[in-house]
Design a binder for this molecule. Structure first.
Ligand code: IPE
Ligand code: IPE
Ligand code: MG
Length: 237
């Protein structure tokens, strides 16, 4: 175990809060509440393990389709956890970055996110990237809008656009691509998460519901990652 390679960037699709609650005859919201606690714990675990970047999918651009009741409960939780996360980030030297379109949230939530980012920007430990109102296609759409605006203003030469140029217009600008993507609850799909960024990411799916995820499960994913033969299109030396 001592020689395990710790992936630099771990991305997570936390899934199964609703199923976890259903299995216990609890409302879905209780699953989300438990799920938030597990996010906090995972941030601390990742920081201690020496993971440099942890990106967690908290709310997708498609999740607005859920019932008004569920969306509103998620917003209430998010409000509360912005404050808690600030304490955890300060305690663990964690820098927080939000990806996704925050403009759709209510003013106080936007302020909470801005505050989380500005008050942790000089922290030098784990970078915790939280994806809220995030959808990869929406991220690409927003990037293309800005690219075409810059091209029209002469700041960007279309013939000179490289893959790096495109990456620099995405919300994940400056963040290396994920090495390992973990999805809980057994679903084998990306659900509009980091489509550009996961081109060569190793994918690990576990049947565990997110509220049951813990450090042991994280270690299992890292162990599986260590058995992978990453090639990036080349051949093994
Ligand atoms: C993940 O759990 C949390 C969010 C998407 C906000 P779900 O709410 O998707 O739980 P399931 O998939 O219905 O069990
Ligand atoms: C993905 O989970 C979104 C987040 C984890 C925030 P979903 O539960 O929304 O994904 P689908 O609908 O099962 O694909
Ligand atoms: Mg789900």
């Amino acid at each position: 175990m001592a020689d395990l390679v710790i992936p630099k960037h771990v991305a997570i699709i936390l899934d199964g809060n609703g199923r976890w609650a259903k299995a216990r005859n609890l409302p879905r919201t209780m699953g989300h509440k438990e799920g938030c606690k597990v996010v906090e714990q995972t941030v601390e675990d990742a920081a201690r393990l020496g993971i440099e970047y942890l990106t967690v999918y908290g709310f997708s651009t498609e999740n607005w389709k859920r019932s008004e009741e569920e969306v509103s409960a998620l917003m209430t939780l998010f409000r509360y956890y912005c404050k808690r996360l600030l304490k955890i980030a300060v305690k663990n030297n964690v820098r927080v970055i939000m990806i996704g379109d925050r403009t759709r949230f209510e003013e106080d939530i936007i302020e909470g996110i801005n505050r989380l980012e500005s008050e942790t920007k000089d922290n030098t430990g784990l970078t915790f990237v939280i994806a809220v109102n995030y959808g990869s296609r929406d991220e690409i759409r927003r990037a293309v809008t800005r690219m075409t605006q810059d091209a029209a203003e002469g700041k960007l030469i279309p013939e000179e656009i490289t893959e790096e140029t495109i990456a620099s217009y995405l919300d994940t600008k400056g963040i290396p691509d994920p090495d390992l993507l973990i999805r809980t609850s057994g679903e084998i799909r990306l659900s509009n998460y980091l489509l550009w960024q996961v081109a060569y990411t190793e994918i690990y799916v576990t049947d565990i519901f997110w509220p049951d995820f813990n450090k042991d499960e994280l270690m299992k994913a890292i162990e599986a990652y260590n058995k992978r033969d990453r090639r990036f299109g080349g051949v093994k030396k």
